[in-house]
Ligand binder design. Structure first.
Ligand code: ACO
Length: 332
């Protein structure tokens, strides 16, 4: 359903990327691949990766601090933190609680949400309902991921794709016509083995054997995922626009999950979007999973590409499989 008069508006954005760059040329020295293959098949030239002593909550905290700063709200004013991630600091507790403490947002409720690369869409959909319902007045939605820590740098089919980073938005109540207009969330667990980490959970707890067999790293069926990604992102984009009473022609900026340049181009073409309607940063950051859309949004906002009244379309797909979309009218 379309939201009523009280809506959740995006009041601030922030992001944080590691400073360490991993280029295609460096990957050429690590696995049997080439800059030419990676660039032509994925559009990625380099990605940012965390150092050994860096962990997810540090980037999530910095992204959240920047979102609060751009909104002009002190951390003490935050009353809910939703952190979309599948790469937490540790299995227990939720990293959102660690971020709450880092920020000094005492009293804020905090939880993690796991939907892979669709995590930001899912978290935005959940958070905007709390704001639209009047339950919370300042909600931080964070997408943060250090996939490099779960990447097997001996597996050329995955290690060229992933990058690390965090993005955040602050949602507060606002009035129509601005704010989150509609959201879509979908999942199909019959494809759970398309992208997964076999060990480290209750099914295969960590052991010397699981470590020796490198079963704590991501495994992926890339080609099947690719086809599903294009179809699901197009369908959920159309559905969410229809809910909001819009068409692709009304979209000022499409900020898709940055998984593969060819996926982005295919979805853009199927939706009939022009090149200047689509924001792409994959060549610099790679696939940052749940961080992908909020990082892209923060960049676009800071580059002055987003204006009051613009219709922004977000769409993503990821492990689960999960997929979804959201549409938002910028401004408050
Ligand atoms: N360098 C050189 N060759 C490679 C590499 C590499 N890095 N990776 C794969 N190849 C080879 C394969 O072995 C294969 O060789 P073969 O024909 O001799 O068997 C050939 O290239 C083609 O492989 P495909 O898998 O068919 O290549 P494709 O064009 O599908 O591209 C890719 C692979 C880039 C992974 C693509 O399928 C893709 O982007 N899929 C989507 C992945 C994704 O977005 N996952 C999502 C999210 S992650 C999350 O949710 C946490």
């Amino acid at each position: 359903m379309m939201r009523g008069e009280r809506r959740a508006v995006i009041r601030g954005t922030g992001s944080s990327l590691p400073d360490k760059v991993l280029t295609n040329l460096e990957l050429e020295r690590m696995v049997d691949t080439s800059d030419d293959w990676i660039t032509s098949r994925t559009g990625i030239r380099e990605r940012r990766v965390a150092r050994e002593n860096e962990y997810m909550s540090q980037f999530a905290t910095r992204a959240a601090e920047r979102a609060l700063e751009s909104a002009g709200l002190p951390a003490s004013g935050v009353d809910l933190i939703v952190c979309a991630t599948v790469t937490p600091d540790m299995p227990i507790p939720a990293t959102a609680c660690i971020v709450q403490n880092n920020l000094g947002a005492a009293g804020a409720a905090a939880f993690d949400l796991a939907a892979g690369c669709s995590g930001f869409i899912y978290a935005l959909a959940v958070a905007e309902r709390f704001v639209a319902a009047g339950d919370y007045r300042a909600v931080l939605v964070i997408g943060a991921e250090l996939l490099s820590k779960f990447t097997d740098y001996r597996d050329r089919t995955t290690c060229v794709l992933f990058g690390d980073g965090a993005g955040a938005v602050l949602l507060t109540p606002g009035e129509a016509p601005y704010g989150v207009l509609a959201t879509e969330m979908h999942a199909d667990g019959s494809m759970a083995d398309f992208i997964y980490v076999p060990a480290g959970g209750t099914r295969e707890p960590a052991s010397e054997l699981t470590v020796a067999e490198r079963r704590h790293y991501i495994r992926m069926r890339g080609n099947e995922t690719f086809k599903m990604a294009v179809r699901s992102m197009e369908e959920s984009s159309r559905a969410v626009l229809q809910k909001a009473g819009l068409t692709p022609a009304d979209v000022n900026l499409f900020l898709p999950h940055q998984a593969n340049r060819r996926i982005i181009d295919a979805v853009g073409t199927r939706l009939g979007l022009r090149e200047n309607q689509v924001y792409i940063n994959i060549e610099r950051v790679g696939n940052t999973s749940a961080a992908s859309i909020p990082v892209a949004l923060d960049e676009a906002v800071r580059q002055g590409l987003v204006r009051r009244g613009d219709n922004l379309l977000f769409a993503a797909f990821g492990t689960g499989l999960t997929w979804g979309a959201a549409v938002c009218k910028w401004g408050s």
